[in-house]
Design a protein. Sequence first.
Lengths: 264, 260
Amino acid sequence: MLQSLRKEFDIVNALAYKKLNERIRKNPLGFLGILVEPLMVVAGFLVLRTLFGLKQVEGIDTLLFLGSGCILFFLFKRIALGGLAGVSSADRPVLTLRRVKSIDLLLANGLVEAQIFSSCMLLFVIGVTLYQWKVLIANPGAAIIVFLMAAATAIGISITAFIVGQRMPYVNFFVKIVVSRVLFWTSGLFFSAALLPDYARSILLWNPLLHAIELFRHYLEPRYPIPGISVGYLAAWTFGSLGLSLLLYENNEETLLDTKGGQQ
Amino acid sequence: MPAKVLTQTGLFIPAEMAASDSNFLPIQDPAPGRVKPPNVICLKGASIIGPNHRMLFENIDLRIRKGERWAIYTKQRQAGLALLRCIAGVKSLDQGCIDVTSNVSWSLGEIKALSKTLSAEENSYYLAGIFGQSGQRASELKCIRQMASMEMSEWLTPIQSLPVLKKLEFQLALSLAFDFDFYVVDPFVLRPLLRAGAYSTYWQSLILKRLRHRGFITLADARLGIDTCCRRGLVLEKGAILKQGSASDCRSLVEAGLAE
């Protein structure tokens, strides 16, 4: 069993290597260009926030507040929407290799996005630390775990969306709206959960991404308040989404894209 | 055309010459034992529709066991190639199912999964991650580069920029570098490399080395003669299997048909 897991890891790693190198070659700035793109989005939000003269959030640096929220949200969105898009036309020839399944491509996509956004986050935190000239991460281990849990939840949702989307294509439309629009306004990118009225907070706390973002901010700065935010809830979503996705995949493997004309 | 035999040194020589010289030994299938080897590939009710909605082959049942060497004899080349590509995993069946329980190669020398924008090194690295041995990456990459006789500049260039023949050599080197349980040999893909001359002997010997103790399936081709090493054969005629049995019987049937 360990050997199979090792082989599966090698396959996902190899596919992630291919995807990452293809993206680097497509970008005129190479790997730097891939990192700069999400950071430019963060910079855009910072400019907007400055222009609108929004109130500084208590207990945390404004740059860290916005940057952590944006990077985590875009990580989640890229991975989750990757499953909705299904297997891209560029990746279909890879499925001619018998050892590669569509789930491997989705896992590889998640791994690549996690690598890119973790590098962005690291660059961002180092940049803000140098700018403020003080160490801004109180609990790096916990922050990394929350980051990985957010990525794992997104991977679980991506695989589930892919499988459900193969059977019911109209579901993709609704999931896309929920992930890109609804989550954008309700995940705490621009606001702190502590500043919300109780009735709004009780509704928005159902969103696991809000928990991930708020927890991440709290582990950067312990003074940042997180009323009602729970690691357990986020962990339940992580294991639940991964478990559901694997269960759905096992029961629907034969009908998925990588089976050509039936059993394989 | 006289029958040819593939020898240990990698030359296709007339069968009479092989019989008279004891230094040239024809390749034999592994001797059948008491216990039947496990199935490698199983086709049930397989059908493929070609262009213009024409049935290339219909309702084919085929069972290939481990170590067996099969030759497909057919006048309809498109049908034979479609069957090979279906077994290689490149083409999907329109009806029926295919059950593959072993590590089957792609068609030797033709890899659809290569990324055109990546270099030969990067493509080799990613395929070695899927099909190679753990911890042997560096030696596998070295082996592929040496087999394909690639200069460093060619090795690091995106493969879309490589000349056609060099690209074919690279793909063949990749095909021969990894250890599969069963091989698919499309002679038409290999033809540009296996023309007469010392260069063809090099590639023939490499292919021979790799196929020595492995099963494979190929399309009968008079120019290459690799089907003479096969013990099992099938004759495809008008989309159905006319005969399935020993390769020599199938060959005789086809030759008799041609003679008529």
